[in-house]
Design a protein around this ligand. Structure first.
Ligand code: FES
Length: 652
């Protein structure tokens, strides 16, 4: 609480990060409006629709310097209680339009209560996969038990599966066994058995049941994306994504490790958060596919090493201290019920292996999706997330490295930066002569025009990269990232905080302010891209190569990145533009491949051990390379292929 007479209290919203001091007695909904956080409301705040549910996080959150308690809100009212489930009430949920503020609070706005739901930019590319799923279905007509032949139900089914499908040495899951007698009789001794790895019966259903599903999930530090696939056809039948609910406890890997170390309940809270999130994805994806979550028979998880540990409830403390070893490198198969995952009771979750340090199962997934180890060309893959992961090489040798890209590419630490939600600017073009700007926002197909209010809210990662690339190309920014303040254009102005360039005028926005790119924004992007470029350069030196044959940008951000803009600012060393690709979410692709093809799971384990990890921060030249790479596109390195961009006509 502040010490002034107005009695104001600190309110922080997650995951948006909106924070501010709010007058005592205001509702959470009023606070959200004041701080520009969108919370769903259908009834207009009359406490009748139940759409504005929020959750109060309890405890002292050192990162935010806030002591948040349920008692810091007004007591729950009867009408409010009726719109919450018992479980929600016990978990600290409230209605934002009812609960009033009487102390500092950290508020989580769940996905379903967000008015502007996040557009998940992890679109998956359609990749042909040889179908060899871990779970297969077998239909069996079992001879009924008789007085003369009273063999156990399991032995009967086992013998039939052996006789008809040559499946030997089968075992049965305990939960399946519990219901087996009933199912056999329900189906009149005709049943469908789901068998995992030709070893274990993990489900038995009465009659003939053809369909079964698998869920592949990429747990990103910021975004969790799930793909529900038909195990028999390989088809993606539903996709669903959420923001990683652990964001409340720390935005990046290191802050989550710190939270786990410094809070007794930290690991448990973060583990429960991700398990609940995955259950949410499973339920919603199943509904999309008009099926039940119990028909999900297999699951594959990928994620960086920290996400991997938190998912498995393994203490990540040792990841944060030398020699930075994970608990396990090899892949794992664990019963989903042991982790609290709510899909078919007998199902396993397969967790892909870890490479080294923070380079985890998500990078292994990228490898099996892109297969640089099967190529002659030298490929550089940059998986851009809060942490950037790089792979370089070909069939002869592969190196990997990771570097902190920072949150700039996710819109954080940028003055008007936002995550990719409807209304954020995602594309920018600047006329080289007039320096006039046109832009496009997420959710609208057309670019802005004078005749229609476009209502931009902010600018997301791909828009930031576009804006800076264009500002550099038309001379607003110099090679060193400084503004060319001598340029004559009303969009370029110098404020007390330094120069800035107007991307959208206030009348084109929904926030009544000009959306600008300022010097600190440019600096944040320079730091991020400098780290990635320096990493790639040092890896090229290790491989003793001077040029790249192919560059692949992937990740939540890589999916929508303009490859021209990426090369213009020097996100990677030079490469022929026709050999630069933005492939969408390769980690998601890899998770799906592992879900549908068990051979790829074996391949993943082999390849994870072959990649050689390079620790960039201890490389003697890293600092020098990093400083040089902060320039656009680089202080010294030539970019002959950039001529292709400047020669382009009719950009669209
Ligand atoms: S806005 Fe409808 S219940 Fe709160």
């Amino acid at each position: 609480m502040t010490g002034n007479n107005k009695q104001r209290h600190l309110v922080i919203f997650q995951p948006s990060g909106g924070r501010g001091y709010i007058d005592k007695g205001k509702t959470i909904k009023e606070a959200s409006q004041q701080l520009g956080v969108d919370i769903e409301s259908i009834c207009g705040g009359r406490a009748t629709c139940g759409k504005c549910k929020i959750k109060v996080e309890e405890g002292f959150f050192e990162k935010y310097g806030i002591d948040s308690q349920r008692e810091h809100l007004s007591p729950m009212e009867e009408g409010e209680r009726q719109l919450l489930t018992k479980h929600e009430e016990q978990s600290g949920y409230r209605l934002a339009c009812v609960a009033r503020i009487y102390g500092d609070v950290l508020v989580s706005v769940p996905e379903e209560s967000r008015a502007g739901r996040q557009i998940i930019r992890k679109a998956i590319t359609e990749t042909a996969i040889d179908l060899r799923p871990a779970v297969r279905k077998y239909y069996a007509e079992v001879p009924p038990a008789t007085i003369d032949n009273p063999l156990g139900d399991w032995e009967r089914l086992e013998a039939e599966l052996n006789r008809r499908f040559n499946l030997s040495n089968l075992v049965v899951d305990y939960q399946v066994l519990l219901g087996l007698q009933k199912v056999m009789r329900q189906g009149n001794w005709k049943v469908t058995a789901s068998v995992w790895m030709d070893r274990e019966v993990i489900k038995v259903e009465p009659g003939f049941v053809e369909r079964g599903y698998g869920l592949a999930v990429d747990i990103g530090t910021t975004t969790v994306a799930g793909y529900l696939c038909d195990l028999m056809s390989g088809e993606i039948v539903a996709t669903d994504s959420i923001m990683n609910p652990q964001v409340t406890y720390g935005e990046d890997v290191m802050s989550r490790i710190t939270y786990a170390i410094t809070n007794k309940e930290g690991l448990r809270r973060m583990n429960r958060a991700i398990i609940n999130g995955l259950n949410q994805i499973a339920g919603r994806a199943a509904r999309q596919a008009c099926t039940e979550r119990q028909s999900i028979l297999d699951m594959v998880i990928v994620g960086n090493t920290c996400m991997h540990h938190l998912f498995l409830a393994i203490d990540p403390a040792y990841l944060g201290q030398a020699p930075f070893t994970p608990s396990i490198h090899h892949s794992l198969d664990i019963k989903t019920r042991d982790l609290g995952l709510n899909i078919s009771a007998g199902a396993y979750v397969h967790v892909l292996p870890i490479e080294a340090r923070f380079i985890g199962a998500d990078n292994v997934a990228v490898l099996i999706a892109e297969e640089p180890y099967n190529q002659d060309e030298i490929v550089l893959i940059i998986d851009i997330g809060t942490n950037a992961e790089l792979v370089l090489g070909n069939r002869d040798k592969l190196f990997s490295a990771s570097c902190a890209a920072g949150p700039a590419f996710e819109g954080a630490n940028i003055k008007y930066g936002m995550r990719a939600i409807p209304g954020t600017i995602e594309r920018v073009e600047i006329d080289p002569d007039s320096k006039e700007v046109r832009f496009k926002v997420i959710g609208k197909t057309d670019w802005n025009t004078d005749s229609e209010a476009i209502g931009a809210k902010g600018i997301c990662g791909s828009g930031i990269v576009d804006a800076i690339a264009q500002m550099f190309m038309v001379g607003i920014l110099q090679k060193n990232g400084r503004f060319n303040v001598g340029l004559e254009t009303p969009r370029l102005r110098v404020t007390e905080e330094g120069p800035e360039f107007v991307i959208a005028w206030a009348y084109e926005t929904s926030i009544d302010q000009d959306i600008t790119i300022c010097q600190t924004d440019v600096r944040a992007v320079q730091l991020a891209k400098g780290a990635m470029y320096a990493g790639a350069k040092l890896m090229m030196r290790h491989l003793d190569i001077a040029r790249l044959d192919k560059v692949i940008f992937t990740g939540a951000f890589g999916n929508y990145i303009s490859k021209d803009s990426a090369m213009l600012i020097g996100l990677s060393p030079d490469c022929a533009l026709e050999n630069v690709y933005a492939v969408g979410n390769a980690a998601g692709d890899g998770a799906r491949i592992a879900l549908l093809n068990v051979d790829k799971r074996r391949e993943a384990n082999e390849i994870a051990r072959q990649v050689e990890y390079i620790e960039l921060t201890t490389e003697p030249d890293f600092e020098t390379e990093f400083m040089q790479a902060m320039y656009f596109p680089h202080l010294k390195d030539p970019f002959p292929h950039l001529k292709q961009i400047s020669n382009k006509e009719g950009r669209s």
